[in-house]
Design a protein around this ligand. Structure first.
Ligand SMILES: C[S@@+](CC[C@H](N)C(=O)[O-])C[C@H]1O[C@@H](n2cnc3c(N)ncnc32)[C@H](O)[C@@H]1O
Length: 236
């Protein structure tokens, strides 16, 4: 198994047999839609109108549709190992008339060619599924190696050490938030069991990994319960 490979498989997860991915994501992730609008806002003034973006974990289609609708000339390449998540993406890309500007790759980032380099990249809500045994670093390095010098990178992850005092409070709040927004107790409990697959790390460790993967100027732009987002710059 390649280091970048996730141990949590979205194709065999029973939760998505019973609930639409976007409904679940909006209920479990406070500010879910805002993440993509903020990523768009941050990237829009740092890249040109004719840019090509790398969208890692493109399953679900939120990045591609949010960016594609707002930026009519951006080209985007989406990568995701999940056939089911990419099927959702494909449908949304077609509905929004973005097919001619979007390429999709079912697989992992390291499988993409090393050239041409991308102008910016995102990896939203995926790295926390990878263990910190070299897998997170491999993913970040695969992204960094495919970016132009000075390119911006947006990372969003669950960020809280499992051994920390706050972890359990955030877990309880995560469940309450989803119940409050209308998800059934069964769905919420099923999702909470998936927490065992989450390999979340502290912000300090996240920044260390980003620096090791040749990123600098790491700035946090998003915090919602245990979800955090950063923008970083690919070094020279
Ligand atoms: C919670 S979803 C997030 C999808 C989308 N970015 C969003 O925010 O709605 C996590 C996605 O990451 C994908 N994924 C898991 N491991 C990955 C990896 N190593 N590289 C790229 N994508 C991965 C999963 O297949 C899934 O589609």
């Amino acid at each position: 198994m390649n280091k970048e490979q996730t141990r949590f498989n979205f194709d065999s997860n029973p939760i998505f047999e019973t609930i639409d991915y976007e409904v679940a994501a909006r209920s479990f992730i406070p500010g879910y839609e805002s993440i993509f609008n903020m990523a768009l806002a941050l990237l829009s003034f740092s890249v040109s109108e004719q840019s090509h973006l790398l969208i890692v974990a493109a399953g679900g289609g939120m990045e591609l549709t949010t960016f594609g609708k707002a930026q009519p000339h951006w080209q985007m390449t989406g990568v995701d190992p999940s056939a089911k998540m990419l099927a959702i993406t494909q449908e949304k890309v077609a509905i929004h008339g973005l097919k001619n500007r979007v390429k999709l790759h079912q697989g992992l980032t390291h499988e993409l060619p090393l050239t041409p380099l991308y102008d910016a990249a995102t990896c939203i809500l995926a790295m926390h599924f990878l263990p910190d045994d070299g897998a997170k670093l491999s993913l970040l390095q695969s992204i960094s190696q495919r970016l132009k010098i000075g390119a911006k990178f947006i990372l969003v992850d669950i960020c809280e050490e499992k051994s920390s005092e706050s972890f359990n409070d955030f877990l309880l709040a995560y469940k309450y938030h989803a119940r409050h927004l209308g998800l059934s107790p069964e769905i919420v409990e099923e999702a909470a069991t998936n927490v065992v697959h989450i390999n979340c790390i502290s912000e300090e460790r996240t920044i260390e990994l980003l620096q090791e993967a040749n990123f600098s100027k790491v700035t946090r732009f998003f915090t919602a319960l245990w979800f955090r987002g950063w923008i970083a710059t690919k070094n020279t």
